[in-house]
Design a protein around this ligand. Structure first.
Ligand SMILES: [Zn+2]
Length: 548
């Protein structure tokens, strides 16, 4: 049997790589483990041999240890569970890392606590300079933070607090004044300047309405800041069992940050598949670079587009209005604009990835992809639908027919139970529709959209297996999947979404040695306790990236 030029010997559950160029002596053997390989041919094993950052053999203790030589390190895993390293198929690591380093973390449970944090930062900031908050979640405070709250906290600095969903800002009066917004300013076509019943500004601005703020808020980070940001988030990710991430919205600077982090010589960094913002893509196109360029550590991913708003911020573009309103969310960009550039990039060999949360957005983006594939057919293009949250049976049938990949939020029901009532139980039966995707034969991956929700595979498993929020409310029980299915989505399916299933996402001879040793077995704990399991150690490329 030939696999990528290397012979694989099958002997019961024992599998060994007999690669022509590979040394056969293992450097490391992990044994006495309960290995879940995600390899359908032999899902369970006891031991793994590793050399040159790759997996050399997988099988019984006896079989794998028999290949050890005098120099082989042997590690007894004490019958702990090992899985492949998890893959976060949509997150924002470097930009999140910058926020943690430079802005005020507003992921706090009370408006008073947020005001105190902003006030403290104001005392250390030159008068008139902007203060930026991040990680704010209006579902986690008793009511949304208001213009009056922010004015009460800080008067002499413009303040902008970003929602963790990434689409809206909550700003104070000085910020409004600085950009020239007042109660008579109309909302732009693809954005929202929110007003209360009396027509007064609430302080919330969303999507294109935030552009003037972003222009003033954004200070270009230095090369060292990007590197440190990438390293900071890699550390957080490996602590939760993640070994690969797709940066859903990168550019030259973020890409360089990941390269520099990998070259810094510290612990191994999470591997990055870096999607490129379609607005920043021209230098790549001119250099002849497209999807797949790079190496196993940092690779250029898809071209990224947007078609609507967010779920947690209730701006996703949906056919049935938000419960109790006549609001359908907001489309972002026009079909024609997305089509024109996407079609060009498709022809240049780029994978396409478009943010589409609501059913109307998904319908539009599928239509664009279908047209592009009809006009310029390409084998296995793996069109990505980022989030792909609210679906219908007909949308799922079109996704399957096109071979497209939905990339839903994995932790939403458990983490964002507080916003589910805006959508209603009937609609949540068709949101984050893991059961429907798997039943249709669609290889759906897992993702966090960090900082929109935590980079936390145990929480993803709990959310997908139980569909239960922290208050015990069940949302869309029809979409529950099993632990084994959820592990598969979080590993090999993530690799597939990046064209890397031959490299990672399973524990098989020849694959990269990316794996996690867990303190408790996800196949044995109560589903409601899944989020409490922890990695003891996380390995990337045969080296420990994290050890508890
Ligand atoms: Zn995102």
């Amino acid at each position: 049997m030939l696999l990528g030029g290397a012979a694989v010997l099958l002997s019961g559950t024992n599998r060994l790589l007999l690669g022509a160029n590979r040394r056969l002596a293992p450097e490391l053997v992990l044994h006495n483990a309960r290995v879940w390989t995600v390899d359908p041919l032999s899902p369970a094993a006891q031991a793994i041999a590793i050399a040159d950052g790759r997996i050399l053999a997988v099988g019984s203790n006896e079989f794998v240890l028999s290949g050890a030589v005098a120099g082989t390190r042997r590690v007894d895993i004490g019958r702990k569970r090992i899985t492949p390293g998890f893959i976060d198929a949509h997150a924002h690591p470097a930009t999140s890392g910058l926020e943690y380093a430079r802005s005020v973390d507003c992921g706090l449970g009370s408006i008073e606590a947020i005001k105190t944090a902003l006030r403290r930062r104001a005392q250390q900031t030159a008068p008139g300079a902007w203060i930026k908050g991040f990680n704010y979640d209006d579902g986690k405070t008793p009511r949304p933070i208001s213009l009056a709250d922010l004015d009460d906290a800080v008067r002499d600095h413009p303040v902008a607090v970003e929602h963790r969903g990434g689409h809206s800002l909550f700003v104070n009066s000085m910020a409004m004044k600085t950009v020239g917004y007042d109660r008579s300013t109309p909302s732009p076509p693809h954005g929202l300047i929110e007003r209360d019943a009396g027509g007064n500004l609430t302080g919330k601005v969303a999507d294109d309405a935030r552009i003037p703020f972003d222009r003033l808020l954004t200070r270009k980070a230095t090369r060292a800041e990007w590197r440190d940001a990438a390293m900071l988030i890699s550390r957080r990710a490996t602590m939760r069992g993640i070994t690969s991430v797709c940066d859903a919205f990168g550019d030259v600077d973020t890409l360089q940050g990941y390269r520099d982090a990998a070259a810094a010589g510290g612990p191994p960094q999470t591997r990055t598949y870096c999607n490129i913002d379609s607005k920043s893509i021209q230098p790549f196109v001119e250099a002849g670079i497209n999807t797949g360029f790079g190496d196993d550590t940092v690779r250029v991913g898809a071209a990224k587009f947007f078609s609507d708003g967010s779920i947690s911020e209730r701006t996703a573009w949906i056919s049935q209005p938000y419960v109790g309103t006549d609001f359908h969310g907001v489309p972002v960009g026009t079909r024609e604009d997305i089509y024109r550039l996407a079609s060009k990039l498709h022809k240049a060999g780029w994978q396409l990835a478009t943010h589409a949360n609501g059913d109307l957005a998904i319908d539009e983006v599928l239509g664009i992809y279908e047209q592009i594939q009809r006009e310029t057919p390409r084998r296995d293009p793996r069109y990505r639908l980022e989030h792909c949250t609210v679906v219908t049976p007909s949308l799922i049938a079109r996704i399957k027919a096109l071979g497209a990949i939905p990339v839903p939020f994995s932790a939403y029901v458990s983490f964002h139970g507080d916003v589910m009532h805006f959508y209603g139980e009937a609609r949540t039966r068709h949101m984050f529709a893991m059961r429907d995707f798997l039943d249709a034969g669609i290889p759906v991956p897992d993702s966090s959209d960090f900082t929109a929700s935590p980079m936390d595979p145990p929480l993803w498993l709990q959310s997908q297996v139980t569909r239960t929020d922290p208050q015990g409310h069940v949302w869309g029980a029809n979409q529950r999947i099993s632990v084994a299915e959820a592990v598969r989505c979080g590993t090999i399916n993530g690799a597939y979404s990046m064209f890397e299933e031959h490299l990672k996402g399973s524990i098989q001879p020849g694959r990269l040695a990316d794996l996690v040793v867990w303190d408790q077995d996800m196949f044995e704990v109560e589903p409601s306790e899944l989020s409490r399991i922890n990695p003891e150690r996380t390995m990337i490329g045969g080296r420990w990236a994290y050890e508890a």
